[in-house]
Design a protein around this ligand. Sequence first.
Ligand code: PEP
Ligand code: MN
Length: 357
Amino acid sequence: MAEKKNFIKSNSRAGGVIISGPCSAETEEQVLQTAQRLVATGKVDLFRAGIWKPRTRPGMFEGIGAAALPWLQQAKKITGLPTTVEIATAKQVEEALKFDVDVLWIGARTTVNPFSVQEVADALKGVDIPVLIKNPINPDIELWQGAVERIEKAGIKNIGLIHRGFSSYGNTEYRNAPMWHLAIEMRSRNLNKIFICDPSHIGGKRNLLQELSQKSIDLGYDGLMIETHITPDIAWSDAAQQITPEALKELLEKIIWRKEICDETEQNELQILRLQIDQLDDELLHILSKRMKIADTIGVYKKQNNITILQAARWNSILDRAFKKNIPLDLSVEFIKKYFEAVHLESIAHQNKVMNS
Ligand code: PEP
Ligand code: MN
């Protein structure tokens, strides 16, 4: 915990680490004004701006490039806010360092590519700078962990993680599906690292920011990265998701910050409830094991009588029955589906083993 706190000095009056600034640096005026209006909120710890922008299609605005680095340096001088930029190549690392960028971040399209992450890692050997690593665009936490390991092996001690959601086909509500369970798994593998949520790139729309931010704070994230712009509607990139610095202040004021550490009474009360959960979980495991033993017996019967394992009608009737039974139980439909799919798969695996033994 202590290590986390030292990572980015949190001077702000918000309850967690707040990283904010435009998706892209566009003009000197825009960079300086955004930084000044952000520092005026008293709630921001680190000023972000994209200067090399990985865009989906050529011909879109690909960032100002190194020419924007002096603007960031100037913004830091005027506001005192440390700065962070996205880097994806050795040359970009070198240029960012020349202009005293304080924290580097690796973007989602870079984390996905071990060649690129290794190139960045090699360029960082012997450099003492914090690095934030966004999740890869595809839902693969091994790649994310791999990037962490490459950067760690280069000798970087301060590494943080940013959850920005995952690409998924046909996803309409979010620009990038949050898949919170993957992020939580990643966090539990990296408990000593600061864990930041980027609701801007998850949501893709400004009206989703409040709810996504609150959700991540409820889950115990250490802070937020939120894109801000002086005139969001005419931003050169990601216009739909950016908000003004003043709107950021309002958003942060509405957040209910949660604490991770509880006092003794709270610990005891939670402990009583947790023991009840442990007890029920134990019972569930025993019941599941009993259920699978019956599946084994069915497997023996099917083998003796030459019947196929999979019988579609039976599967549909199991699900129908579960949905009906669930009406007074109030479990979500998604949960019922996922649970029965998992049980069904395990059952098939058991029967398969019996049939082929
Ligand atoms: C960004 O932060 O502007 C960005 C490009 O994000 P991501 O790598 O998450 O797409
Ligand atoms: Mn962006």
